[in-house]
Ligand binder design. Structure first.
Ligand code: NAD
Length: 260
C-alpha cells in the first residue's frame, strides 16, 4: 500500500513510535527511525526492519529538543530516500509533579519534545509534500489533548497545543493532497507509562498496583490498556487513500476514556 513512499517517525526506538515505524515499513514505506537508546539494539531494530519488510531503513539520532537537528533529520531522509511523504510526530516524554514543584527544566523539555519538535519537523517537511501534492502528517497526541489530569501540567499543555498545530496545518495544506491528524491514545503499556509509576506513587501516596488500577485504568472504561499495534494500525489507515478526506481531526483510541 505504501510502496515507494517514505516515512519519518520521531521517537521510534521504543513503544508506540517503534510499532508505527514497523507497521509503515510493513506496508512498504522506506522508514527513518529516530530516538535514543542502546546503539547496538537500535542497529538491530533498523537492520531487522530492512530484512523483515524489504524496505530501506535509517536511524537518525536527532535530539527533538534541538530545532536544527529536527530539520537535519528531515533533510537526511530527503537526501537518502528522495522525499518525506509521511511524517509521524511521536516523540514524547512525561513528568509528573504538582504545579508549584514542577521543575522548570522539565517544563521546557516537555514543551520542546512533545510540541515544538512537531512544528520544526512539519516546517521542514511541508515544502516537499506541497511540491509532490501528497503527504500525511500524523501527531501522536493523547487523551490528555482533550482532558486534563492533575500533576501533568506540561504534558497536558503540550498535547492540547499539538491539536491546535495539527488543525492549523490541515487547513493550510487542505488543497495540496496533504492531510494532518492527531491520534490520541489513552493509556498504552509502554516504557513511558511504566516510568511514571514511581512519581505517581509519590504524588498520590499509592502502591504501584494502586496506580495501575486506580489511577491509570480507572480512567479507561474498558479497563484494558491500548496496545501499540492498535495505535499503529490507525496510523497506517490514515496513510491510506481511504483516509484522504480525513484531515484536521483528533482521533481517540482510548477505551472510552474521553467519552465520560
Ligand atoms: P516511549 O518512552 O516508549 O518512547 C518515547 C520515544 O521518544 C523513544 O524512542 C525515545 O528515545 C524518544 N525520545 C525521547 N526524547 C527524545 C528526544 N529528545 N529526541 C528524540 N527522541 C526522543 O513512549 P511511548 O509511550 O511510546 O510514547 C510515544 C508517544 O505517545 C509520546 O508522544 C506520548 O506522549 C504518546 N502517548 C503515549 C501514551 C501511553 O500511554 N504510552 C498515551 C498517549 C500518548
Amino acid at each position: 500500500m505504501l510502496k515507494g513512499k517514505t516515512a519519518v517517525v520521531t521517537g521510534s526506538t521504543s513503544g508506540i513510535g517503534l510499532a508505527i515505524a514497523r507497521a509503515l515499513a510493513g506496508s512498504g514505506a522506506n522508514t527513518l527511525i529516530n530516538g535514543f537508546g542502546d546503539a547496538a539494539a537500535i542497529e538491530k531494530e533498523r537492520a531487522g526492519i530492512e530484512k523483515e519488510f524489504g524496505v530501506k531503513a535509517l536511524h537518525s539520532p536527532a535530539d527533538m529538543t534541538k530545532p536544527a537537528e529536527v530539520a537535519g533529520m528531515i533533510r537526511l531522509a530527503e537526501a537518502k530516500f528522495g522525499a518525506v511523504d509521511i511524517l509521524v510526530n511521536n516523540a514524547g516524554i512525561q513528568h509528573v509533579a504538582p504545579i508549584e514543584e514542577f521543575p522548570i527544566e522539565k517544563w521546557d523539555a516537555i514543551i520542546a519534545i512533545n510540541l515544538s519538535a512537531a512544528f520544526h519537523a512539519i516546517r521542514a517537511a511541508v515544502p516537499g509534500m506541497k511540491a509532490r501534492k501528497w503527504g500525511r502528517i500524523i501527531c501522536t497526541a493523547s487523551a490528555h489533548s482533550l482532558v486534563a489530569s492533575p500533576f501533568k501540567s506540561a504534558y497536558v499543555t503540550a498535547k492540547h497545543g499539538l491539536t491546535g498545530l495539527t488543525k492549523t496545518v490541515a487547513l493550510e495544506l487542505a488543497t495540496f493532497g496533504v492531510t494532518a491528524n492527531c491520534i490520541s491514545p489513552g493509556y498504552v503499556w509502554t516504557p513511558l507509562v511504566e516510568k511514571q509509576i514511581p512519581d505517581t506513587m509519590k504524588a498520590r501516596n499509592m502502591s504501584a498496583e494502586e496506580v495501575k488500577h486506580d489511577v491509570l485504568l480507572a480512567a479507561q472504561p474498558t479497563k484494558e490498556f491500548v496496545t501499540v499495534e492498535q495505535v499503529a494500525s490507525l496510523a497506517v489507515y490514515l496513510c491510506s487513500d481511504s483516509a484522504a478526506q480525513i484531515t484536521g481531526t483528533n482521533l481517540s483510541i482510548d477505551g472510552g476514556w474521553t467519552a465520560q
